[in-house]
Design a binder for this molecule. Structure first.
Ligand code: EGU
Length: 442
């Protein structure tokens, strides 16, 4: 890691608010540039925490996220803690399993690595200071003065040259944006909730094939399972809240799984299933969009604080990590002049983040509307076949999103264009067939 030699030249001080995935990675990016970085996190240091609140969150790291990690020398370390997923495994109601390869490089990988690595990496820079147990209470957009509350009730006031808000979907930094004129903001909760269930190893081995994203598409319900390094799977059940609420007893849990996910009961175990189901209530999912992402030259939002997305494209963390690269590239372009960098960041990034938020929501609506296992298999086969024969012309949307750094909004544009081409191709094939039949008849 590079040493900073900039203290003498009085490099600017950057406050990163939020010590989650994006906050910690951003601290690395700014530290690498030689800024004095102060990271503020409201919770205690999760690496020292005895009880880690929250859940084992399932994460899929793909190309965009990996590129960002590579920038600060973290890619290898983190990928080593993950499990490559080369394909999806579709589980039909009758227990049949059908793999569908991801095609390209097959490199989607990684689940469940918390933010331990980016945090530890940020700490190894001599020019970063970590401040845990610092909850942002308020800040002033005119003066840039921030007030933090500590667990012991004390207050601390801090002023820096730049505030980077990476404090999640319910961002405290964003509150000051909301009070300003000409700030667009929307948030949408979807009717589905999610619940995580653990599938333990069987005889010391993975209960299912490990290198897959396991999917049980059941129209309005869906379950997915991602492998963890400790040979467990984290299964995530997505279902409308009202259906979660209908299940109130252990017997009803088993009945429900018997009906929709019968192959998983022996794998999870009926007892574990009944216990895990009632351990935590179903969690909500929210989609957040806003514009602009900055205030003057003083503050910028990144990650979930700027664009929380629903998890149905597996891109939340990847989009947040890509924010860091995009900002870094613009810092190069504009010589670290915040008054030019911040507006440019908003200009460049808003259309892309809005595009991935829309895509994730679109996939949620599509999957919930009519995706059973047959439909899912059919759609992905068509995508892969067209891609096989015309790899330069028709690239599946998920390939552009997951395996390239094509700007999200350009991927969407190209997808619309491809859909037109596909219709044209299909149309002319049909047309030819009709003409042929006509001639043969006459
Ligand atoms: C959802 C929740 C399959 C982790 C989207 C695919 C996801 C992940 C898909 C979660 C699906 C859905 C894609 C990847 C990935 C597929 C993807 C979804 C990881 C369109 C709470 N999604 N996910 N799409 O194509 O591009 O395989 O943790 F079931 S990885 Cl919902 Cl590629």
């Amino acid at each position: 890691m590079e040493k900073s030699t900039s203290r003498q030249s009085r490099k600017k001080v950057v406050a990163v608010v939020g010590g989650g995935l994006v906050g910690a990675l951003n601290a690395c990016f700014f530290a690498k540039r030689g800024f004095d970085v102060e990271l503020f996190e409201s919770r205690e240091d999760i690496r020292r925490a005895k009880i880690v609140k929250g859940r084992s969150i399932n994460l899929a790291l793909s190309h965009r996220g990996r590129q960002a990690l590579k920038h600060v020398g973290l890619e290898e370390k983190i990928v080593a803690k993950g499990i490559p997923m080369h394909a999806r495994m579709i589980h039909s109601l009758n227990g049949k399993q059908s793999p569908i390869p991801y095609g390209r490089k097959g490199q989607v990988s990684l689940t469940n690595f918390c933010n331990i690595f980016p945090l530890t990496a940020a700490e190894t820079y001599p020019n970063t200071k970590m401040n845990f147990d610092h909850k942002l209470q308020d800040w002033n957009a005119e003066t840039g003065l921030m007030t933090f509350a500590r667990l012991d009730g004390s207050k601390e006031q801090v002023k820096t040259d730049l505030i980077v808000g990476c404090d999640g979907a319910f961002s405290a930094v964003r509150k000051q944006f909301l009070r300003r004129s000409r700030f667009d903001y929307s948030q949408t909760y979807i009717p589905h909730g999610y619940m995580e269930l653990t599938m333990l190893p069987i005889n010391g081995e993975f209960a299912m094939k490990p290198n897959y994203l396991h999917i049980w598409p059941r129209n309005t319900f869906m379950m997915i399972a991602l492998p963890n390094l400790d040979k467990t799977f984290t299964c995530t059940l997505f279902m409308p809240f009202e259906d979660f609420e209908k299940i109130t007893t252990g017997d009803e849990v088993i009945e429900f799984f018997q009906k929709y996910f019968p192959d998983t009961i022996p794998l999870i175990g009926a007892d574990t299933l009944q216990r895990d189901y009632f351990r935590l209530p179903a969690q909500a999912m929210v989609s957040v969009k806003c514009n602009p992402y900055h205030i003057g030259d003083a503050c910028v939002l990144m990650g979930d604080a700027a664009h929380a997305v629903v998890p149905f494209y597996g891109q939340g963390m990847n989009a947040g990590f890509e924010d860091c690269i995009v900002f870094d590239e613009i810092m190069d372009q504009f010589n670290e002049d915040f008054s030019a960098v911040l507006p440019e960041y908003t200009r460049v990034r808003v259309p892309d983040d809005h595009a991935i938020a829309d895509l994730a929501m679109y996939n949620y609506i599509e999957m919930r509307a009519h995706v059973n296992s047959k439909w899912f298999l059919f759609r992905k086969y068509v995508d892969n076949i067209l891609y096989f024969f015309m790899p330069k012309t028709i690239i599946p949307l998920y390939t552009m999103v997951t395996f390239t750094r094509t700007r999200y909004h350009e991927a969407v544009k190209r997808w619309h264009w491809q859909n037109k081409i596909r219709l044209l191709v299909l149309g002319s094939v049909l047309n030819c067939l009709i003409c042929l039949c006509w001639r043969l008849l006459l």
